[in-house]
Design a protein around this ligand. Structure first.
Ligand code: ASP
Ligand code: MG
Length: 418
C-alpha cells in the first residue's frame, strides 16, 4: 500500500481534481488522503466566527459562497450541470448546524470542529464520486469512524493503536484497492467530530501509512519539493534533495511549511519514507525524507509570522521563577497556547507564541495567578540553521531584534515585524 496526500491547493479547482486522477493513473493499493478544497477551511472558520457572534446572516452567506464554489467544480468535472446527493446532504447539514447551534463559549472548540470538518467531508465526497465516474473504482472512507482521537477538540492527537483495527476493518470486503479518506478529522471517544490542528492532513496521511505499514507516503504539493527558505521572503531559495526525519521535525517545528510537525513520528516509527513531490509534474524527483540521508549543505531559513511575545514575571519578584514554570505551562496548555521559543532570565520568562484568540484569556488567567505579563504584538520568529556571517549580519542584529538564541549551528531570533 502507498499513501498519497493531496492538499487544498492541489484540488482547488476541477483541473486539480483531473490532475489528481492523472497522478493516480493505473495505480492500485493506494490510500488517498485529501484536504478541503482551496481555501475552504478558512471560509469555514469564518462560518464558525459568525456562529460565535450569533450572526446567522453572515454564516449563511459564507455557506452559500462555498456551495457555489463546489457546485462549479462539480459541473466542470461532469461537463454540465450535475447535483451530487451526498454533497447536497452535507451542505444541508452544515446549514442546520449553523442555524441551530446555540453557542456557548465553553463549547467553542466542539463547534469549531463540527463546522470546519465539513471541508474535508465535502472534498472527499466529490473526489471519490468523480474517480468512480472516471473509471477509478474506489471506496470513500469516513475517517471520523476510523481515527479514534483524544477527547480534545481543535488539536486532537490520534490514538494509533485503537484506530488500527477500525481503519483496517473499513478497508475489508468489496473489491476496491483504492481508498479516499479525509485528512484533518477524526472522532472523539464521545462520538463527536474532532480536528487534528490546521494543516493536519499530512499527519492524517502519516497515521494511515503507519497503520497500514505503507511502503511510502507522498505529499503532492504546488512546489517542486522542500526548499531551504520561502522564496517569497528569501529570493535565493534552493531545493533540498534529501532530508532526515530529525531535521525535518526541527524545520517543521520552526515554522517551515513543508509538513505538519506531527507527521514525522508515525512515519519514523515504521521507517516509512516520505516524498514531497510537485503536483504539476510527476516526473520530477521532489524531496525525500527518511531516516538516513545526505547532510544538508545550504543554510535553512524559516520565518514564522504572526507571533506574540509574552514576558511573564512573578509579581513578588521571586528569583525562583523556575518553580512556577509548571503553573505557567499548564495554564498555557489549558488555553491551547504552545511556546515556539522559550527564554528565561532570573525573574522573567519570555515566550514567543502563535497569535490566537486565546491569548488575552491566557494573559488574564496568568495575571489572576499572580504574574505580571507584558505582551508585544506584531512579532516574527526567524530560525536560521547553518547560519553564515553574512546571514547573521543581515538577520540576527539590529534594533528590531528582541531575543536572539544561538548555538554553534542555529540562531533563532524574535524580532519586530518591519
Ligand atoms: N483543510 C485543513 C486546513 O486547511 C487541513 C489541511 O489542509 O491539512 O488546515
Ligand atoms: Mg488546507
Amino acid at each position: 500500500m502507498k499513501v498519497y496526500k493531496f492538499g487544498g491547493a492541489s484540488v482547488k479547482n476541477a483541473e486539480g481534481v483531473r490532475n489528481l486522477r492523472k497522478i493516480i493513473d493505473d495505480e492500485q493499493n493506494l490510500f488517498i488522503i485529501v484536504s478541503a478544497m482551496g481555501k475552504t477551511t478558512n471560509a469555514l472558520e469564518r462560518v464558525f466566527g459568525a456562529v460565535q457572534k450569533s450572526d446567522r446572516a453572515a454564516a449563511m452567506a459564507e455557506i452559500t459562497a462555498l456551495r457555489e464554489y463546489h457546485a462549479a467544480i462539480i459541473d466542470d468535472l461532469w461537463h454540465g450541470p450535475r447535483r451530487l446527493d451526498a454533497v447536497e446532504e452535507l451542505f444541508a447539514e452544515l446549514e442546520r448546524v449553523a442555524a441551530e447551534t446555540v453557542y456557548r463559549a465553553e463549547d467553542a472548540e466542539l463547534w469549531y470542529d463540527t463546522i470546519v470538518a465539513f471541508g474535508e467531508l465535502i472534498s472527499t465526497t466529490i473526489i471519490s464520486a468523480y474517480l468512480n465516474y472516471a473509471g477509478v473504482a474506489n471506496r470513500w472512507i469516513d475517517m471520523r469512524r476510523c481515527f479514534l482521537t483524544e477527547q480534545r477538540h481543535k488539536d486532537a492527537g490520534v490514538d494509533i493503536e485503537a484506530s488500527a483495527p477500525r481503519l483496517k476493518a473499513a478497508l475489508e470486503g468489496g473489491g476496491e484497492t483504492i481508498f479516499v479518506g479525509q485528512g484533518f478529522i477524526g472522532g472523539a471517544p464521545d462520538g463527536t467530530t474532532t480536528t487534528l490542528g490546521r494543516e493536519g492532513s499530512d499527519y492524517s496521511a502519516a497515521v494511515v501509512a503507519n497503520i497500514l505499514e505503507a511502503e511510502s507516503m507522498s505529499v503532492w504539493k504546488d512546489v517542486d519539493g522542500v526548499l531551504n527558505a520561502d522564496p517569497k521572503i528569501f529570493p535565493d531559495a534552493v531545493q533540498i534533495a534529501e532530508l532526515n526525519y530529525l531535521d525535518t521535525i526541527e524545520l517543521a517545528y520552526s515554522g517551515a511549511q513543508i509538513i505538519h510537525p506531527k507527521t514525522i513520528k508515525p512515519l519514523q516509527n515504521k521507517n516509512i519514507p516520505l516524498y514531497v513531490r510537485p503536483f504539476g509534474d510527476k516526473r520530477k524527483p521532489g524531496t525525500v525524507i527518511r531516516a538516513m540521508s545526505a547532510p544538508v549543505d545550504v543554510p535553512i531559513l524559516i520565518l514564522k509570522k504572526d507571533q506574540v511575545l509574552l514576558t511573564i514575571r512573578s509579581r513578588d519578584f521571586s528569583f525562583v521563577l523556575e518553580e512556577k514554570f509548571a503553573t505557567i505551562f499548564s495554564l498555557l496548555e489549558r488555553f491551547r497556547i504552545k511556546a515556539n521559543l522559550i527564554h528565561n532570565s532570573a525573574v522573567n520568562l519570555s515566550l514567543c507564541v502563535d497569535n490566537s484568540w486565546h491569548i488575552d484569556e491566557a494573559v488574564a488567567a496568568l495575571r489572576e495567578a499572580g504574574f505580571d505579563v507584558m505582551k508585544a504584538e506584531r512579532m516574527e520568529l526567524l530560525t536560521i540553521r547553518g547560519y553564515t556571517d553574512d546571514l547573521w549580519r543581515r538577520y540576527a542584529r539590529g534594533p528590531q531584534v528582541f531575543i536572539r538564541q544561538a548555538t554553534q549551528s542555529t540562531v533563532r531570533v524574535v524580532r519586530k515585524r518591519d
